[in-house]
Write a protein that binds this ligand. Structure first.
Ligand code: ATP
Ligand code: MG
Length: 265
């Protein structure tokens, strides 16, 4: 079943250019994309191609100028649906303990204290941070904070999880363990995940499909048919290398296109 349908989505911004003149910057130029229920899809593309802009539209933080986004066949703006957003910078509330950070989404939704605590503890266990229940964010490492940020979103079981380069600031080892953890949680709950990364390896290891974006559109969809569970050693398999080569080629092609237009953003 299709969860999200983006149809000819356009988004532009008014900006002041380098010589002080007002200009319209066209970021999404008729983006089409279907996202299936329960799938793990990754958006990949050069910096500035509009990945975050598209996530912001899906999150309902901004609105498209033209085109439409449908959730379960209905316009996004008319559907009061649960979505969770995980950004790169954790965005935890520093004055709340780990468990209380996890409870925010449930609190907003009016879940009673006892039930909230129970659900939050279940997720705390899932991210192996039970011992840190009463610590504050500043007492955690970067990786731990990001685990809490991910669990905080998953705790209220959103229909759609949006993740914008959530692991970009982490060291390689923490990143790898969080990738494994994320897939474990995703496999248990099968929520639809839209993930953004600049790492080709990460995209291939995590995704069912990779949407390659360029010039404000989805230019190509790459199916990842590697069996799950996927492991690091698979990065030397022929299927992995084939996909890797294809994406590297697309990125290279796009870099050359941008350079020839002098349009590096
Ligand atoms: N609020 C805004 N006002 C004006 N321009 C914006 C705004 N938000 C984004 N842009 C511009 O839109 C373009 C796309 O930005 P966006 O953040 O979507 O790119 P991205 O693909 O996420 O890039 P990155 O990989 O670097 O995160 C950029 O040129 C950016 O400068
Ligand atoms: Mg971005």
């Amino acid at each position: 079943m299709v969860k999200v349908q983006a149809r000819s989505v356009k988004r532009e911004y008014s900006i002041v250019n380098s010589v002080g003149k007002k200009e319209t910057l066209s970021v999404l130029k008729g983006l089409d994309l279907d996202i299936n229920e329960g799938e793990f899809i990754t958006l990949l593309g050069q910096s500035g191609c509009g990945k975050t802009t598209f996530l912001n539209l899906l999150a309902g933080l901004e609105k498209e100028d033209e085109g439409e986004i449908l959730i379960d066949g209905k316009p996004l703006s008319e559907r009061d649906f649960n979505r969770g957003v995980v950004f790169q910078n954790y965005a935890l509330l520093p004055w709340r303990t780990v468990i209380k950070n996890l409870e925010i989404g449930l609190e907003i939704r009016g879940v009673k204290k006892k039930e909230r605590r129970e659900i939050a503890r279940k997720y705390l266990k899932l991210i192996n941070l039970t011992a840190f229940e009463n610590q504050y964010p500043h007492q955690l490492s970067g990786g731990m904070k990001q685990r809490v940020a991910i669990a905080r979103v998953l705790v209220y079981e959103p229909e759609l999880v949006l993740m914008d380069e959530p692991f970009a600031a982490l060291d390689a080892q923490t990143r790898e363990s969080l990738q494994i953890e994320l897939i474990r949680i995703w496999e248990a709950h099968k929520k639809t995940i839209v993930f953004v990364t600049h790492s080709i390896d990460e995209a291939i290891l995590l995704s069912d499909r990779i949407a390659f974006m360029s010039d404000g559109k989805v230019n190509e969809i790459i199916d990842v048919n590697l069996p799950r569970p996927r492991f690091k050693y698979m990065t030397s398999s022929s299927e992995f290398l084939k996909i890797h080569e294809k994406i590297s080629f697309l990125l290279q092609e796009e870099a050359e296109r941008l350079q020839s237009y002098g349009a590096y953003l």
